[in-house]
Design a protein around this ligand. Structure first.
Ligand code: NAG
Ligand code: NAG
Ligand code: NAG
Ligand code: NAG
Length: 186
């Protein structure tokens, strides 16, 4: 009598956790700096499900905490995983989308200090469409080309710029983000 109920419950639990994230290149993760800026509950929410949406992450309300930029994850916790890219270089991404939700997606270079977009490198008008029998391969394996037209010196300091994957599931009204920190080598 109990087994089917427990099975159904555990399936349901799996369903409400796990939506998607970037698996390569290495993307920002939460750490002590995020904990001090956004609060331990925000870090705990990400650690409970690394693929969950921004809407599941409680901010402590501090003006310094912006869950909308890189899920609130801080450069200071990720200084060891800064990637180096040359102008024009193709960068391959892999993502996992265990629970797709149709909506737009893009990959953009963001100025972290001002949270403004410097350049958008890739746009999907429709991404992670759960109504398709199979997702296009480019939803989980895609490439972007690094710009050749940045200003001299731009994005050359670690932490100055980040490359943000952004996806909004229309039906679920849920937002997903991951940030790859990088420096341009020239
Ligand atoms: C992606 O989610 C997994 C859990 O499925 C987690 O272990 C990993 O740290 C997450 N990675 C990022 C970059 O968010
Ligand atoms: C990126 O992907 C392309 C096409 O799949 C492949 O030819 C290339 O070798 C990959 N680059 C790296 C650095 O893995
Ligand atoms: C990228 O996605 C964000 C969030 O939907 C949106 O604000 C921005 O306009 C998008 N950029 C492009 C070029 O589509
Ligand atoms: C992804 O692949 C689909 C199916 O082949 C194609 O229609 C779409 O234009 C591709 N999107 C991007 C951003 O490459």
């Amino acid at each position: 009598m109990f087994t089917p109920t427990i099975l159904a419950l555990s399936l349901f639990t799996t369903t409400i956790l796990a939506h998607g994230n970037i698996t390569s290149p290495p993307a920002r993760l939460p750490g002590p700096s995020m904990s001090s800026i956004c609060g331990p509950a925000a870090v705990a929410a990400i650690n409970a499900d690394g693929t969950g949406p921004l809407e599941n992450i409680p901010s402590n309300g501090s003006p310094a905490c912006n869950i909308g930029l890189c899920k609130g994850a801080q450069f200071a916790d990720n200084a060891a995983i800064v990637q180096q890219y040359a102008p024009g270089e193709m960068v391959n991404f892999t993502a996992q989308l265990p629970i797709p939700h149709e909506g737009p997606c893009n990959v953009s270079i963001v100025d972290t200090a001002s949270n403004t977009m410097i350049e958008t490198l890739l746009v999907f008008d429709s991404y992670a469409d759960e109504n398709l029998a199979q997702l296009p391969l480019n939803n989980t394996q895609f490439s972007v080309q690094m710009p050749v037209d940045l200003k001299a010196g731009q994005c050359m300091q670690p932490g100055e710029c980040t490359m943000q994957w952004f996806w909004f599931g229309e039906g679920a009204q849920q937002t997903y983000e991951n940030c790859v920190d990088f420096v341009m080598t020239a």
